[in-house]
Design a protein. Structure first.
Length: 131
């Protein structure tokens, strides 16, 4: 499902059956964190793409730990200091992590990537310079 410029919660609540949803892609300038609590109830998701104008921070990513079946996670505009990556490292099924326009600051910030034992694909497209 690709949703653009609409309320993800309103649309998702109309889907039947929501529990069967495996892929959710949201590319919207209007996406906000208010949708995260509902998205995290979609525990059958294996692929999640959240790209919008909002900048995801470390504390925002703790919500995604409920999505235990995630194989592929795409986050646009991530601002990470390391803790967020530690939260995500608990997703044992995660194989692909794409952080678009990521602002990670330093190589030390990326050190928690070593905790991702099953990761086979990592993308830091648009990464700001690393010190």
């Amino acid at each position: 499902i690709g949703l653009k410029d609409i309320d993800v919660v309103a649309v998702s609540q109309q889907l039947v059956p929501v529990g069967a949803l495996r892929t959710l892609s949201i590319r919207s300038r209007r996406f906000s964190l208010s949708s995260l609590p509902f998205i995290c109830t979609l525990t059958g998701l294996t692929n999640l793409e959240l790209c919008g104008s909002y900048h995801f921070g470390d504390d925002d990513l703790v919500h995604l730990t409920a999505l235990r079946r995630l194989v592929c996670l795409v986050l646009g505009n991530a601002r990470l200091c390391g803790d967020g990556l530690c939260y995500l490292s608990g997703l044992a099924e995660l194989r692909e992590l794409h952080l678009g326009n990521a602002h990670c600051g330093t190589l030390t910030t990326l050190r928690p990537l070593s905790l991702f034992t099953g990761l086979t694909e990592l993308s830091l497209n648009g990464q700001s310079s690393l010190n």
